[in-house]
Design a protein around this ligand. Sequence first.
Ligand code: GLN
Length: 201
Amino acid sequence: MTVRIGVLALQGDVREHRRALEEVGAATSAVRTVADLAAVDAIVIPGGESTTMSRLLGVFDLYDPLRAALAGGLPAYGSCAGMILLASEVLDTRPDARCLAAIDMTVRRNAFGRQVDSFETDLHVAGIDGAPVRAVFIRAPWVERVGDGVDVLARVPAEAGESAGTVVAVQQGVTLATSFHPEVTGDLRIHEHFLSMVRRG
Ligand code: GLN
């Protein structure tokens, strides 16, 4: 059976996620309306700018429906700004920015930015077999607290200096979030992992 994964298409790197999802065998569609949301088996929230996406969720009347769909068990994956939106608490954001509370975690926005804006590193990600995952971080958040029931999938390795040990990939049930952007590297294993989560339900 074909799985249809929606990509929230208000802002951000929507096209890159759709391409990666299609390459691993999902059908995809852009989600901008409640009707679009109702037509998908899962949703990806792309990288971009979380405060802008938060504002646009309000403008497009999607905030409440999306939050309710996530609370009702719609599988979701958020990368970077998408991770911020899936959090239950966000530090260093605008006071009016809202998040969707799909994962019980506290995320600090632009956390690495205090040291360096963007960087790449190889990560061991739990559940992803084979070579380490090449992770691209662009003004990325990190995870400062996870609740019970949240699995930590990856931490920044020791070579990364000051930020070593920081949590950068988590999963709670059918919801996945990464600080980094697998959609820009051509390594499809994170998208494959998400698709198998959606298939398992
Ligand atoms: N810094 C951005 C934010 O706060 C996230 C950056 C990204 O998605 N690459 O939303």
